[in-house]
Design a protein around this ligand. Structure first.
Ligand SMILES: Cc1cc2nc3c(=O)[nH]c(=O)nc-3n(C[C@H](O)[C@H](O)[C@H](O)COP(=O)(O)OP(=O)(O)OC[C@H]3O[C@@H](n4cnc5c(N)ncnc54)[C@H](O)[C@@H]3O)c2cc1C
Length: 425
């Protein structure tokens, strides 16, 4: 079993090595080459800006190369909760950004003529407890009434038509949800950015930042210093010093994915006949989808105490057990990949973006970063270029109380949510 992500193993982006290890010739420096950073660099390069991307490891090394590749519609809170927090008009417009973000993935694939395995087969939310069914019934009605994008409620019998298990009590389908091969998407943006002159420095961790006399930014790395008038920090759940201000504003939670060997077409059809991307209603949820070569990618927040989230065989075993409990027809099917990564969960489960100390940032995608990180990279490119549009910049963004660096509270939260799942009916 491989402990690399299936996406990176099958399509790691190819990045040309830049000619120089330092310089002050860029208009914008972007730190972090995940979906946020690469989308920002790509959209800046399209606008004609000179961009340098600095990445500690390789493009997609962080959450962007390790996720489930599910572009899920809807905010990370329900529409009903968003309405009660922000009012109808704002909640609907926030939710629309998530749909726009999925359109953007399709647009990038088309513009760069790259097959990113984008497939709009719809998102299916699944009620793991009987008591969760009514929520989906109300939510589907509210989405249909307020947004103009109908969502479909499913009762237990209807769910059974959509999935090869008797486990779920009901659910909801949002047809706008999609799947994508995330590192092929990154590859499309690398190609588009580099062909327009962007320089991507892999294996170049940023160790410090300071301001220049002219109000720009000097960025320090072991290879040398870089200067630019504008700085974008896109370090996601892997943020730490010198970006401690960002680090204290989200919880880095381990999430894990396994990928099976390719399934026969009949077996794949028996599991998800309409190839929807799925997630269930548990607090410590499971999410799953088929890949284009008919493997099942099955994920979950399996362990909160794992020391090495990138490679954790125990989490792989837990997930395989859960997968076979859900789909007994997969007993005996080999699991070929198991990996993990960190998800940036914000306290209010909303995206946070704006400026701090003169640099731009976007984070807190709370499990919805495949499309939203891509989208926020584009929004940041606009902001850096002087545009005002940023849907989240006015949301209050305090640090997590007691968070000084090591996220001691994450295992505590894990125990709490596991207990909620155990007692939820
Ligand atoms: C297991 C897992 C499953 C997920 N599944 C889904 C899913 O199905 N759907 C969904 O929508 N979302 C999912 N997510 C979340 C989604 O992947 C993330 O929200 C998104 O990829 C965040 O992108 P990003 O570019 O902001 O951060 P990242 O992709 O984490 O990139 C940050 C980069 O910054 C670099 N970096 C950090 N510090 C420095 C420094 N000092 N100098 C230079 N570089 C630095 C890191 O090396 C890293 O490459 C999942 C996440 C995980 C971990």
């Amino acid at each position: 079993m491989k402990d690399t992500a299936y996406w990176l193993d099958t399509a790691a982006p190819t990045v040309p090595i830049p000619p120089a290890d330092s310089g002050n010739d860029a208009d914008v420096i972007v730190v972090g080459a995940g979906l946020t950073g690469m989308s920002c660099a790509y959209h800046l390069a399209k606008r004609g800006a000179r961009v340098r991307v600095l990445e500690s490891h390789t493009v997609g090394w962080g959450a962007s190369g390790r996720n489930g590749g599910m572009a899920t519609t809807g905010l990370s809170v329900s529409l009903s909760r968003a309405v009660s927090r922000y009012g109808v008009e704002r909640a609907v417009s926030m939710r629309q950004r998530y749909n726009d973000a999925i359109d953007l993935i399709e647009q990038i694939s088309t513009d760069e003529a790259v097959d990113t395995e984008f497939r709009r087969a719809g998102l299916m939310n699944l009620a793991a407890r009987e008591g969760h069914v009514a929520h989906y019934e109300r939510e589907a009605a509210l989405i249909t009434e307020l947004t103009g994008h109908p969502a479909q409620f499913l009762d237990r019998a209807e769910v059974r038509q959509e999935i090869g298990t008797d486990t779920y009590f009901g659910g909801m389908i949002d047809p706008a949800g999609a799947s994508v091969h995330p590192t092929k998407l990154l590859g499309a943006m690398v190609q588009g950015a580099v062909s327009r002159g962007a320089l991507i420095h892999e294996h170049t961790p940023v160790t410090g930042v300071s301001r220049t006399q002219r109000g720009g930014h000097r960025v320090h790395t072991a290879r040398g210093d870089f200067e630019a008038p504008q700085l974008v920090v896109a370090t996601g759940a892997y943020s730490k010093r010198p970006f401690g201000w960002l680090q204290r504003r989200f919880a880095p939670v381990g999430s894990f994915v396994i990928v099976t060997e390719p399934l026969s077409p009949e077996l794949a059809q028996s599991i998800l006949p309409n190839r929807r991307v799925c997630s269930d209603s548990k607090e410590l949820l499971n999410y799953f989808r088929l890949t284009e070569d008919n493997r099942l990618a099955f994920g979950g927040r399996a362990r909160f105490l794992s020391r090495d989230v990138a490679s954790d065989p125990k989490s792989g075993e837990i997930l395989q057990r859960e997968m076979v409990e859900l789909f007994p027809q997969l007993r005996g099917v080999a699991v070929e990949y198991a990996w993990g990564g960190l998800v940036d969960i914000s306290l209010d489960r909303m995206v946070h973006s704006g400026t701090h100390d003169g640099y731009w940032f976007a984070q807190g995608y709370t499990g919805h970063g495949v499309q939203m990180a891509t989208y926020m990279g584009k929004i940041l490119a606009g902001n850096v270029s002087g545009e005002a549009d940023n849907p989240w910049s006015d949301l209050s963004n305090p640090p997590i109380p007691g968070h000084v660096g090591w996220p001691w509270f994450v295992p505590v939260a894990g125990i709490y949510y596991a207990a909620l799942d155990r007692f939820s009916r």
